[in-house]
Ligand binder design. Structure first.
Ligand code: GCW
Length: 727
């Protein structure tokens, strides 16, 4: 009996194994965990292999420098994965058609292109189907090795998307000089506002152990043109500048260098006291100035291409020049002078506000900085968040953009979704970035977009930059979820060229991350494109802002009141009472509108013209006020909360329809996160409706479901270990 059972079991197992093997072969998608990001290099369809092989099968690529070697290796990896066989590397393009990589110096066959390449700067590249020595060739050419690497990634992207290489003729030049990630990573491995696990940097084992993930991080960033990374939190620990930690940073810099990525550090303004034993950090004190000069020399001895410092000063408790009665310009210039001999830059943050200033918080950064225009050294960039408050689901563009013509202003976006549902909500940030970059400041008349301020073209600045607060950690997916990878990706692509379309970028990302099949790309892109607006709807519609729970910002907290400072409460921002809701920032209110150029200010100030999307940001409005939809404000508000939830339910249905077209593990992961998002979108809607109804006493509009719990229930929820909280 026993033997028989065992035999039956064996037969069963063999049968099961057979079925599984069969399923693996016929399954449209291999099982994946997302770790390969958009660089999966999954096989192209059989019908395409031959065509691509004739263009990419024979490669001529130099391998003398580290960057040449990584370009060559990336190409090898890509071709092997996509086409199923290794390319043949050859010494010269003689013979069959070839793919030729290089610069006119590293690949002499490209000499005829030398003049054309001149206009591409240090990082641009050319992809072209052409004839070299009378033979068909595909060239990836640039003035510098790094341009060639960028070109290789572009070429592989085209193949991943299934694009034709016939007649290829593309030239690309980045429009922005500094394209940086900002890591808010602490030295103990905790990531402030991080939802993707612990820091990728294992400071303890550095510099002895260089985790291979550091290389993959560099590959991923180079593939989207990111050329710098600030390793540590802006709430900085002075220890990052100590000799031991500088050696660790230098090890990372060594890994990143071949990929064109420079290392930067957040500098704590009081480091001369904490590390140097001085009794002041006054920027005009000669000992302090000497301390920073010596520190810069020490850093450059270890990291010859060190990028520079990022500084958060006199904001949220951080030390700064104002502690000594000096200005932000004095502080920035102190560091700029220390770095200048070595070619480093200072990115001085404008995220500055003080709770003891009885002024609308949205106005404070502008008030602090606008008068300092022209007072900064040439190697200083002022880094400005996209909006005047703090990375909310929607904000108007920051009024400093366009208001400091003599100072290069760098954009700071948040990629990590502190206020947008953490990693579990599917919110594609491409449309948010695009909305801000395309906004017209009118600083020099119509067409003075934020993108033109940031890329330096509006005022002809040599320095320009875009930074994104990273969403990267040690999670297998890198970003905490599969779809959050798209935000890292879109950030990089827009930093390269802020005029690109968020939709086009999403198309590329989906093709590379999931599949180029149109019946996969179209529904996913459609779902992504509306996802940010949906989050605005279920969290903070019509210009509401800063209504998240206190501290960790997880979930709704429109009732948050009291505590150490008014501008860290929700009631400060929504100002709801029995009669109406919204923050009056018009000319009769806080007058924040007047910080914008007159053409913009007029529109925002006028209740009839202000877009509904920013209504309650700029106006305090009666609950009965009619909106463009014809609904009264209260009806519109509830309508939008409900609409946001419904969108998430539609995303679930779309995703369900993709079952079988996406590999099972990733499909299940996304489906589970969408369920969390749906529940939390409901929670946001219900808690907000219950709260505002308790204030205005109005009945729910017809057809709207009442919140399932009383307000007190929502207010009682506590999440003491919600991730990412500042500490
Ligand atoms: O968005 C807020 C965050 C803080 C952060 C701060 C800043 C690094 O809640 O955690 O601190 O902004 O940007 O400095």
């Amino acid at each position: 009996m026993l033997t028989l059972t065992r035999r039956r079991g064996d037969v069963g197992r063999v049968f099961l194994a057979g079925i599984l093997a069969l399923l693996c072969c016929i399954s449209p998608a291999r099982a994946e965990d997302g770790h390969d990001l958009w660089l999966r290099y999954a096989p192209v369809g059989p019908s395409k292999v031959e065509g691509y092989r004739s263009a990419l099968g024979n490669v001529v690529a130099p391998d003398r420098t580290p960057t040449q070697r990584v370009a060559r290796e990336e190409l090898r990896r890509g071709v092997a994965g996509l086409l199923g066989s290794e390319p043949r590397f050859r010494a010269s393009p003689a013979g069959d058609a070839a793919l030729v990589l290089g610069t006119p110096t590293s690949a002499p066959w490209l000499a005829p292109l030398v003049h054309e390449l001149e206009g591409l700067g240090d990082e641009g590249y050319l992809l072209r189907r052409t004839r070299l020595d009378g033979r068909d060739a595909l060239v990836v050419a640039a003035r510098r090795d790094i341009g060639v690497l960028y070109g290789v990634f572009h070429l592989l992207r085209l193949v991943q998307a299934g694009a034709s290489l016939d007649g290829l003729d593309v030239s690309e030049v980045p429009r922005v000089k500094l394209r940086l990630l900002n890591h808010w990573d602490n030295l103990d491995g905790y990531v402030e506002r991080g939802y993707a696990g612990a820091s990728l940097w294992d400071w303890h084992t550095l510099p002895g152990w260089e985790d291979p993930r550091y290389t993959d991080y560099a590959r991923a960033n180079a593939s989207i043109g990111i050329n710098g990374t600030v390793l540590n939190n802006v709430n900085a620990d002075a220890l990052s500048l100590s000799p031991a930690y500088l050696r660790k940073a230098a090890a990372l810099a060594d890994v990143f260098r071949p990929y064109g990525i420079r290392v930067y550090l957040s500098a704590r303004f009081s480091a001369p006291m904490e590390l140097g034993g001085l009794d002041t950090a006054d920027p005009l004190n000669p000992d302090v100035r000497q301390w920073w000069r010596t520190k810069a020399e020490e850093i450059y001895a270890l990291i010859p291409d060190f990028g520079g410092f990022l500084v958060k000063a006199n904001s949220e408790g951080q030390p700064g020049p104002q502690d000594y009665g000096r200005t932000h310009a004095d502080g920035a210039n102190l560091l700029a002078d220390a770095l200048a001999p070595h070619g480093g830059v200072v990115m001085w943050r404008a995220f500055v506000y003080a709770h003891d200033v009885p002024e609308d918080r949205a106005k404070q950064a502008y008030n602090e900085f606008v008068g300092l225009d022209g007072a900064f050294r040439d190697n200083v960039v002022v880094q400005v968040k996209n909006g005047p408050i703090d990375f909310q689901p929607r904000e108007p563009f920051h009024p400093l953009f366009g208001a400091m013509p003599r100072t290069p202003l760098m954009m700071e976006f948040q990629i990590t979704k502190e206020y947008l549902g953490f990693a579990t909500h599917l919110v594609y940030l491409g449309p948010l970035y695009e909305e801000v970059l395309r906004a017209d400041t009118h600083a020099r008349g119509p067409g003075s977009t934020v993108a033109r301020v940031v890329d330096g073209s509006l005022e002809s600045h040599a320095l320009s930059g875009i930074a994104g607060v990273a969403n990267i950690g040690d999670d297998r997916t890198w970003s905490g979820s599969h779809f959050d990878q798209a935000n890292w990706y879109a950030f990089g692509r827009l930093a390269w060229n802020p005029n690109q379309s968020a939709r086009d970028i999403a198309v590329d990302w989906v093709a590379m991350t999931f599949s180029p099949a149109p019946d996969v790309v179209a529904p996913i892109v459609a779902m992504m494109m509306g996802s940010r607006e949906a989050a605005v709807d279920y969290m903070t519609p019509l210009g509401l802002h800063h209504l998240m729970a206190r501290g960790h910002h997880y979930g709704p907290g429109p009732w948050v009141v009291g505590g150490p400072r008014a501008d860290w409460t929700s009631v400060y921002y929504h100002r709801a009472d029995r009669d109406g809701i919204g923050f009056d920032r018009g000319t009769r209110g806080s007058d924040a509108v007047s910080q914008y150029a007159p053409a913009v200010a007029r529109t925002l100030d006028d209740l009839a013209q202000v877009p509904d999307t920013l209504l309650l940001w700029f106006h305090h409005v009666p609950w009965q006020h009619r909106l463009h939809s014809g609904r009264p404000l209260w009806g519109e508000l509830v309508h939008r909360y409900t609409r946001g939830v419904a969108y998430v339910e539609r995303m679930q249905a779309t995703w369900e329809g993709l079952r079988g077209k996406i590999d099972a593990p990733r499909h299940a992961h996304v489906a589970a996160f969408l369920r969390i998002q749906r529940d939390e979108a409901h929670w946001w809607r219900d808690a907000s409706v219950a709260y505002f109804q308790s204030i205005n006493g109005l009945p729910l509009p017809a057809g709207e479901a009442p919140p399932p719990h009383p307000l007190a229930y929502y207010q009682s929820l506590q999440f003491p270990y919600a991730p990412g909280d500042g500490r």
